[in-house]
Design a protein around this ligand. Structure first.
Ligand code: AHR
Length: 498
């Protein structure tokens, strides 16, 4: 198979917001307890291996405490002496007992340790405007009030300066089962009280639809506006899971070739969501003051036998890695639209970057994609024109098709980063690559994530089954060069330019 890739240096898209490389950690299964946090009571602490691995992939932002959990979370349960914190039921995720040993201060410690900006998701479904505005004051007020004094008494005299605040989560479902009109009314009321409290004005994020539900977005913005202006809203957050919950694309580790393609094709529908949702938003917000946030995304496979089905633990194979790469490339191609995206979830849940067993930590193939794509963070996205054949496959509703090569490019300091996904099983693709508007100067470096077995994944016995290749020099000079992209792979080419 042959293809062409033209990288258009004179067609910059926008700076890729580092927050597109965001993450999400919920009180769900083994994400928090036995994931990022270990030990009980006063002996509780961050898991060092998790902190070290996450730091390496430069997580720009971390969303917490949910998810569905957020709309049943009362933040005052998670502050003060650990021994005094109330035990509650986690009604969404297995009705397990939530000890509240990991709360606001512990989460901020985690964010500082991994270098991420904290993003708090507030409780609208079962909370009150007062409860949420008090959380903002508790976290952010530098002066002397009852709430800031309590924060100091709990060990943190300096304000946390939490910038990102979600006003509810999945308000169409577990966050209250609201209609878009009902949620818009709640949003307006809650957001009225979320002030700056002496620090930066909080960045307020409204819950968007599930998948590309245009009706929700149309009705939410119609109601929110109602001739009075939007009030306080900075981000709007749809959720999109590459959902394989019904098993139509196999399971986490068992799938046919067609199911491999079916899941990857579903991941590419993220692009239609971004374009479709933004088109509706543009009618209400033509100056694009409200940013689009893909608050939760990733693969969601059928429950793993032997695991609590409500803990959403799943293995992570090369297929998941390609879903991550396809999605990050889409975010790069829409860098002028997507200002944040948080993969679900960080550790032990859904499309996790890390799996733990006790304090042992392994990295998943998805983790390696984040490592590979790190140079895109904060770089200038460029338009890329790819001409490649399509791959046909048998899909549940008929015939499916997937491009044989897709990718994205960015530029920083005359270094061009090109990332490319070749989903083809046993089908390497030779591409003629032209950076238009500049010439290559010096050696190109290639790093690849692939494996002969499309089901390959990492385990505690074999933690490096799927890992990045050692960087390899590729010879090229002048304007155009050819490169062969390995079958079933994700590739990064680092191209120095004159
Ligand atoms: O990430 C798991 C769950 O998926 C979240 O709690 C919820 O927001 C979504 O439905």
């Amino acid at each position: 198979m042959a293809a062409t890739i033209d990288i258009l240096l004179d067609e910059p898209i926008a700076t890729i917001d580092p927050n597109v490389y965001g993450h999400f950690a919920e009180h769900l299964g083994e994400c928090i307890y036995d994931g990022v946090w270990t030990g009980e009571g006063e002996a509780g602490r961050l898991v060092e291996g998790v902190v070290a691995a996450l730091r390496r992939v430069r997580p720009a932002v971390l969303r917490w405490p949910g998810g569905c959990f957020a709309d049943d979370y009362h933040w005052q349960d998670g502050i003060g002496p650990v021994a005094n914190r109330p035990r509650r039921i986690n009604i969404h995720w297995g009705e397990v007992v939530e000890s509240n040993e990991f709360g606001t201060h512990e989460f901020v410690r985690l964010c500082r340790a991994i270098g991420a900006a904290p993003y708090f998701c507030g409780n609208v479904g079962s909370g009150s405007p007062r409860e949420l505005r008090d959380w903002v004051e508790y976290c952010n007020f530098p002066g002397d009030t009852a709430w800031s004094a309590l924060r100091a008494a709990n060990g943190d005299p300096e304000p946390f300066n939490i910038h990102y605040w979600g006003v509810g989560n999945e308000s169409w479902g577990c966050g209250g089962n609201f209609t878009p009109e009902e949620y818009a009314a709640h949003y307006r009321r809650f957001s009225t009280y979320l002030r700056d409290f002496g620090g930066d004005p909080p960045y307020l994020i409204a819950c968007g639809p599930n998948r590309n539900d245009l009706d929700w977005t149309e009705r939410f913005f119609t109601k929110l506006h109602e001739g009075r202006g939007f009030g306080r809203i900075h981000g709007y957050a749809p959720h999109y899971y590459t959902s394989n919950r019904d098993g139509h694309a196999g399971t986490d580790t068992a799938y046919t070739d067609d199911q491999w393609y079916a899941l990857l094709a579903q991941a590419t529908e993220m692009e239609a969501l971004i374009v479709g949702q933004r088109a509706v938003m543009d009618r209400f917000d033509p100056e694009r003051k409200i940013g689009m946030i893909i608050d939760e995304w990733g693969t969601w496979h059928p429950p793993t036998p032997g695991r609590n089905p409500r803990f959403l633990w799943q293995q992570n194979t090369l297929r998941d890695a390609l879903v991550a790469a396809l999605s990050l490339d889409i975010f790069g191609r829409h860098a002028d639209t997507v200002v944040m995206a948080n993969i679900a979830q960080t550790v032990n849940v859904l499309q996790a970057l890390l799996l733990t067993e006790g304090e042992r930590v392994i990295t998943t193939p998805t983790y390696h994609v984040y490592d590979l794509y790190a140079p895109h963070q904060g770089a200038q996205a460029l338009r890329v024109a790819i001409d490649a054949p399509t791959i046909g496959f048998a899909a549940p509703g008929g015939a499916g098709a997937l491009a044989a090569l897709t990718g994205s490019a960015s530029l920083r300091d005359r270094i061009l980063t090109l990332t490319v996904v070749n989903p083809g099983i046993g089908a390497p693709v030779e591409a003629t690559i032209t950076p238009r508007g500049a010439a290559v100067s010096g050696a190109i470096e290639e790093t690849v994530l692939t494996h002969d077995d499309i089901h390959a994944h990492n385990t505690f016995d074999a933690p490096d089954t799927v890992t990045l290749s050692a960087p390899r020099a590729v010879t090229a000079s002048g304007g155009t060069f050819t490169h062969t992209f390995a079958s079933q792979s994700v590739t990064r080419l680092t191209i120095p330019l004159r």
